[in-house]
Design a protein around this ligand. Sequence first.
Ligand code: DX5
Ligand code: ZN
Length: 217
Amino acid sequence: MIKISPSVLACDFSKLGDEVKRVDEGGADMLHLDVMDGVFVPNISFGAGIISSIRKKTDLIFDVHLMITNPQRYIADFVKAGADIITIHYESCDNQIEVLKQIREAGVKASISIKPATPAFILEPLLEYVDMVLVMTVEPGFGGQSFISDTLESVRTAAAMIKAKGLDIDIEVDGGITAETIVPAYEAGARVFVAGSSVFKAPDAAAAISALRNAVK
Ligand code: DX5
Ligand code: ZN
């Protein structure tokens, strides 16, 4: 079973509550929430306050993607805001294991992400501390970019390491996911798919989500 996690970064923020409802009713499995601090990535999005306010609008799994430096400072805030899964970036801190443990101890699923240029093998010692691995398929920072095919190698490496260790860890891909690019990403081993533009910019979100699912049936 695959999971579709629409990224609200591509939605109409003037109607945030309705936009969330649109993908919830459209068959999304999760809601992807991109938190950017203008330091780790060259863009600023939103923080825990916004997440907390949309928590009241849906029961979807909140898949919070932290693109912020030293994420340990804010884990408690995002847990309190209603996160179900928190992803930190490998490149955003030096104490990844400590932060991943902090996330799990707070009762939330922990996930680690790598940027396109970061080799996937560096995740090997972290795998026992995570529930999900997020392989970025674009440079983090902006929605609407084109899928980078070279990142499929990282998905394959992550899948092989997870299998070798016999762990139950999902691989998520994020960036440029469409009904076309989902196919090679699925074949490489990804099972959770973030989709911003391809879902929120489509006139019919339900049809866009179905098209993603049907592409890998
Ligand atoms: C990029 C974000 C993505 C982005 C995906 O930094 O992490 O989640 O919103 O948007 P699309 O699907 O438009 O590439
Ligand atoms: Zn994201």
